[in-house]
Design a binder for this molecule. Structure first.
Ligand code: TMP
Length: 258
């Protein structure tokens, strides 16, 4: 197809959309960790993340969170509104895991006394360093009004997602959000952008504490395909059985070059 590629990231490709102000997000199976030091693929991940992100963004819009999501186009693509990405990764934590445990020596699995918001400066060449709100103000990565909107939305999203996942027996440990500026003439407002999927969330089975997210890949635990499928299945996005058939079908079609 003859369309302009705007950007290729680690897990997605962005193409120019059909109308001005729109973008197509294509979800790849590529997986990276530790700032792309570790590279691999998780078969079918793109298809599943496209569906999970569609589901979560749609449900968030129903509670009044403005998002870039317009509609899913096909197995691996969704149409989104074009935004200027705020160069900050917002990390929301309910339970200690990952870099927090390393940085502060907290034991993995420790429930935090309250939800913790952290910010990282989005710059791969620097390894997305942790920054304080003071850095955000000092270097003008976002205005104070924007940070108010971002932090308030992040907490609402967390409340909603904790409930959504606990209803399907999953504990939401932590996750990453990205926001963008949607312009209307000279004015802009903050909306939720990027994706929400097991790539950027830690999700533990409530009964067994089994990890159902990208930590399976990061830590070489194996079973990452099954874990992503399990999250999609519990959210009601895959048929109870034969979910693998959906992916097989796509594989088959891809081989025929359709
Ligand atoms: P961390 O413990 O490695 O800082 O990660 C916190 C959460 O943010 C975890 O759910 C994974 C997610 N995350 C991303 O989505 N992208 C990233 O580049 C990083 C470092 C974390």
């Amino acid at each position: 197809m003859n369309r302009r590629k705007i950007y290729e990231g680690k897990a997605k490709i962005l193409y120019e959309g059909p109308e001005p102000g729109t973008i197509i997000q294509y979800f790849k199976d590529d997986a990276t960790a530790f700032n792309a030091e570790k590279k691999g693929t998780i078969n079918g991940k793109g298809v599943i993340n496209n569906r999970i992100s569609e589901h979560v963004f749609t449900r968030l819009s129903h509670i009044g969170i403005p998002t870039h999501f317009v509609r899913r186009l096909n197995m691996r693509e969704q149409l989104v509104k074009q935004v200027e990405i705020v160069p900050i990764e917002v990390i929301v934590r309910n339970v200690a895991a990952g870099s927090l445990t390393k940085r502060l020596g907290v034991e993995e699995g420790t429930t935090l006394p309250h939800t913790l918001l952290e910010y990282c400066y989005k710059d791969d060449s620097l390894g997305d360093p942790l920054i304080a709100e003071e850095h955000i103000a000092c270097f003008n990565y976002a205005s104070q009004d924007e940070m108010q909107d971002i932090s308030a939305m992040a907490l609402r999203i967390n409340d909603f997602m904790c409930g959504m996942f606990s209803a399907i027996g999953i504990r939401l440990i932590d996750f990453k959000l990205e926001f963008g500026r949607l312009f209307d003439g000279d004015f802009s407002r903050i909306i939720l952008a990027d994706e929400i999927s097991p790539d950027g969330c830690r999700l533990w089975d409530m009964e067994t504490n089994e990890k159902l997210d990208k930590d399976r890949f990061r830590r070489d635990l194996g079973g990452e395909e099954e874990a992503y499928q399990e999250v999609a299945r519990r959210l009601g996005l895959l048929p109870e059985e034969n979910e693998a058939d959906v992916l097989d079908m796509e594989h088959h079609r891809a081989k025929k070059g359709k």
